[in-house]
Write a protein that binds this ligand. Structure first.
Ligand SMILES: Nc1ncnc2c1ncn2[C@@H]1O[C@H](COP(=O)(O)OP(=O)(O)OP(=O)(O)O)[C@@H](O)[C@H]1O
Ligand SMILES: [Mg+2]
Length: 232
């Protein structure tokens, strides 16, 4: 469904993505892991057209994304929850939910989202910026869901969130995937990645250097230590 083939990206002269390749198949949940600064966020921004690809190709559902204008990419079925959430602080929760819509979705779509996120339903008129960090993360996810994506891309959705809400967010991402939406997840929290995803890519210096099934990576202490610096 999504394929990156040897994708390159630059910030000015700095060559950040250096031929990154990965694939998300229909219905799959896949994680992209790697240390700070290796290019994970840049890879996601390049998929979304927010950073131009300077080489390689990105294909989604048979269509090339690199020539598509950035505003068309979410409408093609990709939801993007950026690192730091990217909600509009002075707009209400309801306005934040509606901001990406070009036409009103069926009312069941909002019912579904309010069922999944009752905390948001209770706060529809509250300015987005006054929500707690965890609630803002839920709003950022909910804002994508009302657009009914077929692929949801999340950049560190549990970053800076208290452990009790991490469980909630993990559960919601799992529910979205169980409903048939494919997931591409960037995470520092390796436990979250291993629980939610069946396949894992590891990135180093702008390229994907390792691919494994989650259940194999769990046992592969050497790889975890070498690329991620973690002991599990
Ligand atoms: N707008 C920018 N201009 C110049 N350099 C940038 C810009 N954004 C990111 N970079 C650089 O590109 C490299 C990759 O950054 P990126 O944000 O993709 O890393 P990351 O893997 O997401 O890291 P983290 O885990 O800390 O979020 C870093 O060296 C960063 O300093
Ligand atoms: Mg990042």
């Amino acid at each position: 469904m999504l394929e990156l083939n040897a994708v390159h990206a630059h910030y000015g002269k700095v060559h950040v993505l250096q031929g990154a390749s990965l694939e998300v198949k229909s219905g799959e949940a896949v994680a992209l892991l790697g240390r700070n600064g290796v290019g994970k966020t840049t890879a996601l921004k390049t998929i979304m057209g927010l950073v131009p690809a300077t080489g390689g190709e990105i294909v989604f559902d048979g269509r090339g994304l690199t020539d598509m204008p950035p505003h068309a990419i979410p409408r093609s079925g990709i939801g993007y929850v950026p690192q730091g959430r990217g909600i509009f602080p002075s707009l209400s929760v309801k306005e934040n939910l509606e901001i990406g819509l070009t036409k009103a979705p069926p009312s069941q779509v909002f019912d579904y989202v309010y069922d999944r996120f009752p905390r948001l339903k209770e706060r529809l008129r509250q300015p987005g910026g006054t929500l707690s960090g965890g609630e803002q993360q839920m709003l950022a996810i909910a804002r994508c869901l009302v657009m009914q994506p077929s692929l949801l891309i999340l950049d560190e959705p549990t970053e800076g969130i208290m452990p009790i809400l991490v469980q909630d967010i993990r559960r919601e991402i799992k529910a979205v995937n169980d409903a048939g939406v494919s997931i591409l997840l960037v995470e520092q929290n390796i436990k979250t990645a291993l629980r939610l995803c069946s396949r894992i890519y590891i990135m180093e210096k702008g390229t994907v250097v390792h691919e494994a099934a989650a259940e194999d990576l769990k046992e592969d202490k050497e790889t975890l230590h070498r690329y991620l610096g973690v002991a599990v």
